[in-house]
Design a protein around this ligand. Structure first.
Ligand SMILES: *[C@@H]1O[C@H](CO)[C@@H](O)[C@H](O)[C@H]1NC(C)=O
Ligand SMILES: *[C@@H]1O[C@H](CO)[C@@H](O)[C@H](O)[C@H]1NC(C)=O
Length: 122
């Protein structure tokens, strides 16, 4: 008899938000599908017309919850909430204007909407 294997698929949605003086620019991307225990990366590429280098943030929004900060580009490991610590990382690549979020060993509760946000520096 064949063994049944339940595989949970997480759905990660990414929105990029540009926070400029109350103006918000949102670009939804296609959902990322990932299975439990897999590693994945959620891509964030921003387009900022001004020459300044922004500060970048990743937020998570669980269903029916307010968005919660995961990390920003300066977060130390101990600043990251325990739920994400040591599994979530991102590094800002200025030249490519990217801030991809890496997730190691995905768990079902990672299934959520993710926001990449930027705050321009003056
Ligand atoms: C996921 O990433 C971790 C940490 O970088 C690594 O040890 C592990 O082998 C990776 N797993 C897969 C399936 O690539
Ligand atoms: C994210 O994953 C990519 C591909 O595995 C790797 O090249 C990159 O260094 C990782 N970034 C971080 C911040 O861990």
């Amino acid at each position: 008899m064949e063994q049944e294997c339940a595989v949970f698929t997480l759905i990660l949605l990414c929105l990029i938000i540009e926070m400029i003086q109350g103006d918000t620019v949102t670009q939804p991307s296609n959902p990322t599908l990932v299975k439990e225990t897999e590693n994945t990366s959620i891509h964030c590429k921003y387009d900022l017309t001004s020459g300044s280098t922004p500060v970048l943030f990743w937020y998570i929004q669980d269903p029916n919850q307010a968005p919660q900060l995961i990390l920003n580009e300066y977060s130390k490991e101990e600043d990251i909430p325990p739920r994400f610590r040591n599994r979530f990382s991102a590094s800002h690549t200025n030249a490519e204007k990217t801030f991809h979020l890496n997730i190691t060993a995905a768990v079902l509760s990672d299934s959520a909407t993710y926001f990449c946000a930027l705050r321009p520096t003056l």
